[in-house]
Ligand binder design. Structure first.
Ligand SMILES: CCC1=C(C)/C(=C/C2=NC(=C\c3[nH]c(/C=C4\NC(=O)[C@H](C)[C@H]4CC)c(C)c3CCC(=O)O)/C(CCC(=O)O)=C2C)NC1=O
Length: 161
């Protein structure tokens, strides 16, 4: 896993150089938003189950996923979906704190699409639910932090698509 700091240091290191102006600019932006990130992570973790519940209500309830024969039908599968949504929220929050998406590639997206396809988990509905979670999260943490979280929700969505 990388973060905004290791990522600029690694790319300077491979060139054997001190940080250039654009790397320093990136770091400055990261440090300036540090408090915003921590504050957002604090309110997301305090409200995680509400965020997931609202996102599911907005996107999946009464969809083809929850109807008989749908992929979320039966309590076991419904619970698996809610659990997956909680994974997406938690890992998007980690990535937002790190200011870098690499943790999503390593721990979430690696092999996920293949798993979903083999289990018949509908990817379109999943992406809709992640997008609903992006909106719910933004309304909780406010526009600036919401935009930053949005980067990582979108990263998961496009990694699945
Ligand atoms: C931390 C990284 C990580 C992720 C992301 C993860 C996902 C994940 N979701 C799974 C299943 C599942 N995922 C869903 C999810 C859904 N079905 C729908 O219709 C909805 C659209 C959607 C919820 C948004 C369902 C229903 C299953 C169970 C499918 C089955 O067993 O038939 C499985 C198969 C094994 C299991 O059931 O636990 C994995 C590995 N596991 C991990 O360790």
């Amino acid at each position: 896993m990388q973060d905004a700091i290791t990522s600029v240091i690694n790319s300077s290191d491979v060139q054997g150089k001190y940080l250039d102006a654009s790397s320093l600019e990136k770091l400055k932006g990261y440090f300036q938003t540090g408090e915003l990130r921590v504050r957002a992570a604090t309110s997301i973790s305090a409200n995680a189950s509400t965020i997931v519940k609202e996102a599911v209500a907005k996107s999946l309830l009464y969809s083809d996923s929850t109807r008989p024969g749908g992929n979320m039908y039966t309590t076991r599968r419904y619970a698996a979906c809610i659990r997956d949504m909680d994974y997406y929220l938690r890992y998007a929050t980690y990535a937002m704190l790190a200011g870098d998406p690499s943790i999503l590639d390593e721990r979430v997206l690696n092999g996920l699409k293949e798993t979903y396809n083999s289990l018949g988990v509908p990817i379109g509905n999943t992406v809709q639910a992640i997008q609903a979670m992006k909106e719910v999260t933004a309304s909780l943490v406010g526009p600036d932090a919401g935009k930053e979280m949005g980067v990582y929700f979108d990263y998961i969505s496009s990694g699945l698509s």
